[in-house]
Structures are given as C-alpha cells and as structure tokens.
Design a protein around this ligand. Sequence first.
Ligand code: BES
Ligand code: ZN
Ligand code: MN
Length: 510
Amino acid sequence: MTQPSLSLVDTDPAELAVDAIVIGLHSQPDEDGALLPAAGAESIAAAFDGRLTATLALLGASGAPGEVTKLATLGTVAAPLIVAVGLGSEPSGPAPELETLRRGTGAAVRALAGSSTVALALPLPDDDASPVLRAVLEGALLGSYRFAGYKTKPQKGRRDPVTALQVHVPDAADPAAAAEIERAQTVARAVRLTRDWVNMPPNELRPAGFADLVSQAATEAGLGVEVLDFDQLKAGGYGGIVAVGQGSEAPPRLVKLTYTPDGVTDPKRVALVGKGITFDTGGISIKPAAGMWEMKSDMAGAAAVAATLLAVAALKPGVAVSGYLAIAENMPSGSAYRPGDVITMFNGKRVEVFNTDAEGRMVLGDAIARACADGTDYLFETSTLTGGQVVALGKRIAGLMGSDEAIELVRAAGAAVGEPAWPMPLPDDVRKGMESEIADICQTNSSMDRAGHMLQGGVFLREFVAEGVEWAHIDIAGPSYHTGEPNGYWTKGGTGVPVRTFLRVIDDLS
Ligand code: BES
Ligand code: ZN
Ligand code: MN
C-alpha cells in the first residue's frame, strides 16, 4: 500500500482541521502523579483549560513509553480527536530518546488507522531539530505500513492506514525540515518495500521473479544491473549458489546492483551483500513442519540490500555502493545437494557439506568472494543466517561479527537508528572445530555440535573475505521478521531491518 503523504505546518495545532492530532505525554515522577503534556501540546492543553492531563489520567494514561490514549475533544479544539502518546519521564536533555519518539509516533499513527488526515504535534528542539524530526517522520511512515495481501474481498470493518500526515514545526518554510521530509519519504519507501518483499508468500516470490522485480526497480532508479542465471553461475564457478539452487525447479540468480557517485574521483567503495533464499525447507536436511512457513522470510537480507540501493540512487551519497543478492530456493529433490558433498566455491576454496540447511553461508560465500573480486573497501553482509542468533540475542538485536572498524560503524549506526546489533567474537577454537578431513573447511562444526552456531556462521563467511577488506556480518534471523503483535513502528511480518542501518553507515562513510 502506498505510504502517507507528508507536509509541514506551522499553524497553531489547536486550530488544525484534521481528523486527529497526536501529542506527547510525559509521566511525572512527583508524588501527586500529575502528567505533563510534552512540548508541542501547549495550545491544546490551554484549550482544555487545565483539564487535559487529568482527563487523560482518568482514561488510564500514565505517560509510559509507547502508551496510546485517545480522547474525544468535544469542540475544545478544531480536531475531533487527540491521541496522546507516552514518552516517559520528562527528558533532561532537549528531547526524549529518539527511539522512544520513533516507536511512540509509530504506535500512535498505527492506532489511527481509519482516519485519513492526522497532524503530529510532538516535541521538537529549537535548534538542530533534524534528528528528532527524522525520528518522528520515520516512526509515522513505518507505523502506518500495511501489507496489501491477497484477500479477494475487502474485509468488513477494516480500517485503512492514515493517508496524509501534517507535521507541526516552528517554521513550515524551513528548508532543513523540507529536506527531512524528502529524505524520510525515500528511506521509508525502502523499508516498506523490504517489508513487502519479505511478506510475499514463497510461491509468489521465487528466485527468477525476485530477481526480475529487483532488476526492474533498479533500472528505473538508474542503477547498474547485472543478473547471472543458472548457466552463467555454473560457468562462472559459483559452486555454492549452484549447489543450493540446483535442488529447485526455480533456478538461482546472482544480482549485482551498482551506484556510482557523480563527480567524485576515487570514491570509497562499499559492497552490500544479502542472503536471498526465497524459501528455506532445509533441503535434504529438511526442517520440521512446525513454523517452516516463516522461512519465506529467508530472503530478508537480499531484500534489505536491494531496497537500500534503491534509496541510495535517490539520496546520491558520495561513495560508490554496490549490492549483491544471492538468490536461491532451498528444496529437497532428486537434484538437490547432499550432506557429504564437496563444493568448490567462487574463490576456489572447497567446502565439505554436513547439513544442507546451512545453505545461507554457501550462497553468501560466493557472493562475498565475488564482491571482493570486483574490489571493495568495505563489505557489509546481512542474512537470516542462524537460529543461534535468536537464541543468543533475541528478536530485536542482530548478531554482529567481522573486523573492528566495520563492526563499530554498524554498531553505532544501528544504535542511532533503532536497529541494534551487538558485537560477537570469531574464536579460533570455532574455526578449528570446522576443519575437514577431505576439504578446506567444513560448512558447520564437524562434530555437528550446535554450540555457538551463530559464531560458526561468521567464522565460515570470513573465509571468503579478501585480505584488507573491512567487513561485517549482520545476522538478522530474529530482527528481520516480527511474529508478535504490532509494536511501535513494527507491524507483523517483515521489519525492514537493517535498511536504515545501511543508509546511516553509507552516510557516515560519505
Ligand atoms: N534460515 C535459517 C536460519 C533461521 C532460523 C532464520 C530461524 C530465521 C529464523 C538457516 O538457513 C538455517 O537453517 N540455519 C541452521 C544452521 C545450522 C544447520 C548450522 C540453523 O540455524 O539451525
Ligand atoms: Zn536459511
Ligand atoms: Mn537453512
């Protein structure tokens, strides 16, 4: 579904004739428990004649982060509805935590499905408001996401997402604010596109179709596009992608997207690599039936990389960025690869396969080696690689492995945008445990021990990174797909992680 339009307003919020106004509400730690309207809500509080926070408290509001309370205004202000979003205790600094604002705005806009025009009157600092405005805009645009789906009849009583957002700022003619609107539309479009691709059912998004969707969008955006089909992958020596892809009637693809900045001599080179398994049955080492459907999201890394490149084409940073999508369907069949197979990868290394369900590292090894062969200074790879990531860090925090500088870039960017990633080690012992008797390396621990298997993934992928390349592996098995109830700006299904991290890293390198 298309995302809401955004506009800036500097009219008094109490006078805005919109369907609803979103304001912030702080919890106050003093004894009488009075709540405090956040900055931006002054004129609305005044219109309620001092009874706004007491009324909200009567409705159960506490100002806790993420809490959403609706209040009918009964003519006190022009809009018929106010939505107060909890922002926690009043900040000591200029504004609440960015992620609190992002999640709160997302929750409020999500709760307003069914309204068409919504105004946001949230706290913005007087100077350098851009980061705060950015958080508010991203929260609003992502919280209003809904997957179009496949229902043949419109659902009764279903309320559609908000279509227009007016953002209250001190000066609606401020060029910096206008630039943030422009940027937020681009960034949110990329995150929402990632979510769409991840949410598509696996019969609707098979390797060739996924590669086609990406190529078409990338060509329209002015990116360079190269697509390798099955025969070209075989001829090119992409043993890992071929091995995984050969078990499916829908053959694999490797897609490369390129952005080159205008007028920058010798720009830094950044490569993004994504795992694009359109469905992961496990192959011959087949997965249990329960929950297998979720493996339609096993292309979340490739989706994030492709969408990031599309955003890059619009944002035009001063670094060269290329994206590599390793796309295949992991199926059991008479032509599938087997446990015990020895596979020669793109960089010439030979891998002994123990578990065909560790297919991600097979396709990624090739894509990483290809990216390095093309030449790059930085390489950031992301994948729904291991269940071990979810065990170790949960559903919100990605696992992060690689070389020091790249890790720190990703960690800092992720923390800033609300996509946390936590550094994990690449121990020598784990590499020793992956020695093969007949090949250069085993695909998993040779004793099939699952201990620390997130780390095995990182240690394996390191084998395919060329000397001197700063690299990071971001395991997004948990954070890429949200199975619980909607929360903040996260809706059910694909989350779009780590698109905003990538864009931030690219910004930081520009
Ligand atoms: N795609 C899965 C990892 C996964 C699990 C992603 C749960 C999202 C949620 C991956 O291909 C896989 O099957 N990994 C195996 C690796 C093992 C065989 C070494 C795993 O995690 O069990
Ligand atoms: Zn997988
Ligand atoms: Mn697998």
